[in-house]
Each structure stands twice: as structure tokens, then as C-alpha cells.
Design a protein around this ligand. Structure first.
Ligand SMILES: *Cc1c(COP(=O)(O)O)cnc(C)c1O
Length: 457
């Protein structure tokens, strides 16, 4: 299997190379040159597998430069850190299937991809004898999941910048109580945007980047999408009994939902993929009205979806247009006018596969309250946007809603909704009294560079 760029200038890349490359050198995102297809008899065979076996069957179609036993080992290691033997329990509440994809070490679904990516990095670096210094900015979930993905790994350092005092208390604890020597938490005296622009400026210094072998873990890495394709198959097999199936996905970056779109292209008979957004509704406006225009970011109870620039959207554009030249042209249009225009015909094509609903902050709390009263089950605020979309759209068939985080991560919103706190899982309780390892730093790119230089491998 080879990989190519959505912008057409890069192709013939092997999987391991694609993992280390992240962004393609022409500025595009990497996608496989072919799409593996599972027939209905294949699907029957796959439906009997457990999560790790299924992960191997799906992932191995994309990774022919890694031998089978090695890949099995990587998958085994990546998902043995999950607290549930099932990896992803699927529970039924009323008519809705809730797929709890949050049972990894940091209680958000990003663990599914980042545990896998961390082990892949370790294997590839060990083989090549190279090293990697990962740098990233976080507003919460990505940073902690990335840290847990690479903590204690040889040949890898990770530097994560977060805005000091501006991430949720649980997220802050999860990051700063990791004591491994290769993990560096930088608490920046500034906002999340400041952290992001520091990281951007560091990556823009090509000389610094090459000299110190800098890498990223953001959601554009193909290996992250790949790991996420697996659970679409897994929960489909657990919920579908010959009915039409819709999968509802709380969405920000178009990363998670893109994995679902790819699963569908690989033969999984999903009817509608539903994008559930919060008040940052650019993707809902796109699906329902063809209006893809960037507005200001609003703060909501579901902060991991407070996004206006959906970094994985470009991958979808490639399949919508089928031509790299059009992708380049549309990405230029976005840069210049802060919007992309779509024809009616294009929107029809989009609506044949997707539906969408945007949930307000008020509705988020109402749904958490209603659901708790009806089913004695606490939804996290991101998942609440998903469940609300199920009710509001009322699509025919079985609805599976992906539950992207444990409610204990966002306990303030839960308290507002139901007047009590969700039960804390043991792995959150355990870290509360651990010593912290965090480095405070000025909002200044040169200072951050100095710090990184002083800690390099
Ligand atoms: C990251 C995140 C999302 C959004 O996922 P995308 O892949 O960016 O669409 C939703 N919910 C939670 C809890 C998250 O951490």
C-alpha cells in the first residue's frame, strides 16, 4: 500500500514513511492510494472477532511494510492499557446505542489513536536508530493523550504547551503528574492561541526543525485516522441486526467522522454519518446549507469541539472532488476568503452521506439532565451533543452515538446539569496526590526554543 498527498505532488510513500512525515511536503494530507474493500462475506467473518483481532484485520490492509507479528504486538500493547476488556463497551439506553470509546488511560477517545501512534513511533525509531522530539500545543485532551502515548518511550521526547490555568483541572492533572523523564509540560503564560502560534513559529524554523528532528502528533497523521476506522466496524457489528445504521459523531476537526467515512468506503454499510456539533457549527452549516465559512470560536461546555478550522476536512474534499487540483484551489479559496463555496450538486452529494445538527449550550445541559433522569446514565457534554442530534434528526433505523469522553473529565458542566458530580474513575482519583512535573514559561517563542534545546535528546 502506498500513500499520496491530497494536493497531488507527493506519492508512492510507504506506511512507515507516512507516519513519520505527518503533513505531506506539498502542504497536503496523506491518504492511501487505494481503498481496501470488505465484501459482505468478509464482514460476516470480521463480526465474530474481538477488538484486537479486528484491529489487526483492518489495520494490516494498510501497513504492508510492517510484518504481521510486529503489528500484532503493537496492537496488543496499545489496547492493553484500556480499563475495559471489551476495549469499547457498547451500551443500549432507550433506542440509542452508546459506544463508549473513552476507556483509555486519559478517558477521551484520542487514546485509541495516540496509544497506537506512540507504539508505532517507538517501533519505527528503534528500527531506524533515529530519534524524535515531539512538540505540540493543547487546550486539553490531545496533550494528555499524546503524553500517555509516548511516556517512558526510548528515543522520544515530548514537549506539550498548555495555557497556564486555562485547561480543565482533570486535564491539567493528567498532564502534569506524568513523571517520566521524556515528558515536558510547559505552562505558558498566555492563551491556547498563543501556545499554538509558538508551536507554529518553531515549526516554521525549518533549520531548527531538521536539526532537532522535530515532529508533531496532531490529528492529521494518517495513523490516527487508521486506528479510528476500527471502532466503526466494531460498534456496527454490536448494534446492527439487519437494520439500517446511522453513526452519530461529536465532531470538531472532522478527524473522527472522517474515519467513519473511510469505513463506509471500505464496505461497512453505514446509512448516514451524523456530525454532531456544538455552537461552533461550521460543519453543520456546511452539511445543511453548503455554508463553509469560518466564524469566531465560542467557548462551550464541550471545549474539545470549540474549533472552526477542521484540519481533516481537506481529506474529505479530496474524495468529494476526486482531483488534487481542485483541492489546492479550494484550500486557497479558504485561505483568501475564509470560506469555501459549494454548488447545489456538490451539496446533494454531501447530504446523501451525511446529516448534521448543532446543539446549543442550553440544550447540552438539558440533554444531560433528561438522560440522567430517564436512564440513570451520565453523558459527557460532547456526547450530549451527539444524543441531542439523534433526537432532533430522528433518522430511520438504528442509531449509534459515539461517546467521546468520560463525564468526570468535564464535571463542572455535569454539576450544572444535574446538581451532582459524576463518579470519579480510579485512574483519576489515583493521580490527585501525585507530585507535579511542570515548567512555567513566558509567552515567548525564543524562550521556548531555548528550553527545548536544553532538554534535547
Ligand atoms: C477531540 C475530541 C472531539 C472532536 O474530535 P475530532 O476528531 O476533532 O472531530 C470530540 N470529543 C472529545 C471529548 C474530544 O476530545
Amino acid at each position: 500500500m502506498f500513500y499520496k498527498s491530497t494536493r497531488g505532488k507527493v506519492k508512492g510513500i510507504k506506511f512507515k514513511e507516512a507516519v513519520m512525515m505527518g503533513l505531506a511536503e506539498d502542504g497536503g494530507l496523506l491518504i492511501p492510494e487505494e481503498i481496501p474493500y470488505f465484501s459482505s462475506s468478509d464482514l460476516i467473518r470480521l463480526s465474530a472477532l474481538n477488538y484486537k483481532e479486528l484491529a489487526f484485520e483492518i489495520i494490516s490492509k494498510f501497513t504492508d511494510d510492517i510484518d504481521g507479528d510486529t503489528l500484532k504486538g503493537i496492537i496488543e500493547k496499545s489496547y492493553s492499557t484500556f480499563e475495559s476488556d471489551e476495549i469499547i463497551p457498547v451500551v443500549k439506553k432507550g433506542d440509542i446505542y452508546i459506544a463508549e470509546i473513552f476507556h483509555g488511560p486519559t478517558y477521551a477517545f484520542k487514546d485509541i489513536a495516540l496509544q497506537f501512534l506512540g507504539n508505532l513511533f517507538e517501533y519505527i525509531l528503534n528500527e531506524s536508530g533515529e530519534y524524535l522530539n515531539i512538540i505540540g500545543a493543547t487546550s486539553g485532551d490531545t496533550g494528555s493523550a499524546a503524553i500517555y502515548g509516548v511516556r517512558g518511550k526510548k528515543n522520544i521526547n515530548i514537549f506539550i504547551l498548555h495555557p497556564k490555568g486555562k485547561v480543565s483541572p482533570v486535564q491539567e492533572l493528567q498532564m502534569t503528574t506524568v513523571s517520566d523523564k521524556n515528558v515536558f509540560n510547559l505552562a505558558v503564560d498566555g492563551t491556547f492561541d498563543d501556545c499554538q502560534s509558538i508551536v507554529k513559529e518553531i515549526f516554521a524554523d525549518v533549520d531548527f526543525k531538521k536539526r532537532h528532528s522535530l515532529g508533531a502528533v496532531n490529528s492529521i497523521n494518517w495513523a490516527r485516522i487508521l486506528a479510528q476506522i476500527v471502532y466503526y466496524f466494531y460498534c456496527y457489528f454490536r448494534a446492527a441486526k439487519g437494520d439500517e445504521v446511522n453513526v452519530v459523531v461529536p465532531t470538531g476537526n472532522f478527524g473522527n467522522i472522517f474515519a467513519g467515512y473511510f469505513a463506509k468506503k471500505m464496505g461497512l454499510p453505514i446509512n448516514k454519518l451524523v456530525l454532531a456539533t456544538n455552537e461552533n457549527n461550521i460543519l453543520t452549516r456546511f452539511i445543511n446549507e453548503g455554508d463553509y465559512s469560518i466564524k469566531d470560536v465560542r467557548q462551550t461546555y464541550s471545549p474539545s469541539m470549540d474549533i472552526q478550522i477542521a484540519s481533516n476536512f481537506e481529506r474529505y474534499l479530496y474524495y468529494l472532488y476526486g482531483k488534487p487540483e481542485t483541492v489546492v484551489q479550494k484550500m486557497d479559496e479558504l485561505k483568501q476568503y475564509k470560506r469555501i463555496k459549494f454548488t447545489e450538486e456538490e451539496i446533494k452529494k454531501v447530504q446523501a452521506e451525511f446529516a448534521s445538527y448543532s446543539t446549543t449550550n442550553e440544550e447540552t445541559l438539558e440533554i444531560i439532565r433528561d438522560f440522567y433522569e430517564k436512564y440513570d446514565y451520565i453523558l459527557d457534554p460532547h456526547t450530549a451533543c451527539g444524543v441531542n442530534a439523534v433526537y432532533k434528526l430522528n433518522l430511520k433505523g438504528v442509531n449509534i452515538c459515539l461517546s467521546t469522553a468520560h463525564p468526570a473529565k468535564f464535571y463542572d458542566a455535569i454539576y450544572k446539569a444535574i446538581g451532582k458530580y459524576p463518579e470519579e474513575p480510579e485512574n483519576i482519583r489515583k493521580i490527585k496526590n501525585l507530585p507535579k512535573r511542570v515548567f512555567e514559561i513566558d509567552n515567548n517563542t525564543e524562550k521556548v526554543k531555548e528550553f527545548i534545546k536544553s532538554k534535547l535528546i
